[in-house]
Design a protein around this ligand. Structure first.
Ligand SMILES: NC(=O)c1ccc[n+]([C@@H]2O[C@H](COP(=O)([O-])OP(=O)(O)OC[C@H]3O[C@@H](n4cnc5c(N)ncnc54)[C@H](O)[C@@H]3O)[C@@H](O)[C@H]2O)c1
Length: 290
């Protein structure tokens, strides 16, 4: 399949190199010209085990290219992944600025093409963003209707930094949020060789699965730290408690290590974004607008 990746950062690069290694034809688009030059020389701007080897092989076999020319990439792709960053605003809510720009640019580029390209949001976005922000910008800038002139999916990413490629090739699950069956079928086809459950949902359910997963893992880490504080006062070894708890299959030993708490590039920002949105929850479905 012909794939475009818009945003060649951590997620975009792992996804692009991963699909190229599986035999697909991938064009990674980024606004950072230096990043693009490096990628075309086979030099990943981040370190991940096996990333450089897979990138170089994909370049040699002409299955991977990086570019700043979004239009050319979009016009020839069947699936277009949006993988740009979704940083926090000062109040903790998600800043959609990069998502908005990417949606405008992709919409413009889709203007003069036919077919049914499936625009797929892989960035972590708060529930309602794809319907409330991405689709309107794509429609306005392309002059086409979602579900008629192009398809839309949400396909959240669960990879861990440091294991990005191995997580790409061996995910626990693939979540496909779909605007319509045709969009979902196209993405399902792309993931058909993955040996894991593939769950198909609507767009906002897929967006929420990502936030709920990260919030749950962050809560699990915070929980064992709270237990650790109690253990300390009682002279109990929290690591032994965690081992005893983790043997219960309903609990599992993962993310049950007492320590400095949760961190990294995603957990704090995603938990804050979920909390920032909670005041906007209404009583009717769909009333939380990003
Ligand atoms: N890093 C992770 O471990 C991880 C894991 C799962 C999900 N995510 C989510 O995936 C998304 C991307 O995260 P990341 O860590 O890869 O971000 P990143 O900052 O590493 O990469 C984003 C890239 O997008 C490029 N970009 C920005 N605007 C652009 C545009 N209009 N057109 C083309 N390129 C553009 C930037 O130059 C940058 O290279 C975020 O929503 C993040 O929350 C990240």
């Amino acid at each position: 399949m012909k794939i475009s990746i818009v945003g060649a950062g951590y997620v975009g690069l792992a996804t692009g190199v991963g699909f190229a290694s599986m035999g697909h034809s991938v064009i990674c688009v980024d606004v950072d010209a230096e990043r693009v030059r490096k990628l075309n020389r086979g030099e990943p701007p981040i370190y991940e085990p096996m990333l450089e080897e897979h990138l170089r092989k994909a370049l040699e076999e002409n299955r991977f290219e990086a570019t700043t020319e979004l239009g050319r990439a979009i016009r020839q792709s069947e699936v277009i992944f949006i993988c740009v960053g979704t940083p926090s605003k000062s109040d903790g809510s998600m800043d959609p600025v990069f998502i908005e720009q990417a949606s405008r640019d992709i919409g413009q580029a889709m203007k003069d093409r036919g077919g049914y390209p499936v625009v797929t949001v892989k960035s972590t976005v708060v529930p309602g963003t794809t319907e409330g922000v991405v689709i309107p910008l794509l429609e306005r800038n392309s002059g086409k209707r979602a579900g008629a002139g192009f398809g839309v999916c949400v396909n959240p990413e669960f990879l861990r930094e440091g294991q990005a490629l191995s997580d790409f090739f061996n995910p626990d699950r693939v979540i496909i949020g779909e605007l319509d069956g045709r969009s979902g079928d196209t993405l399902h086809q792309l993931y058909r060789d993955f040996k894991c459950p593939i769950l198909r949902t609507d767009l906002r359910t897929a967006e929420m699965i990502k936030y709920a997963s990260n919030a749950f893992l962050a809560a699990k880490i915070s929980f064992i730290n709270e237990i650790g504080n109690i253990c300390k006062r009682l002279g109990i070894d929290v690591y032994e408690v965690a081992r005893g708890m983790g043997l219960d299959r309903r609990i599992s030993p993962h993310f049950l290590n007492a320590g400095i708490g949760f961190g990294g590039s995603c957990f704090p920002k995603d938990v804050r974004a979920l909390m920032a949105g909670r005041g906007s929850w209404g009583t009717s479905p769909g009333s939380w607008r990003p």
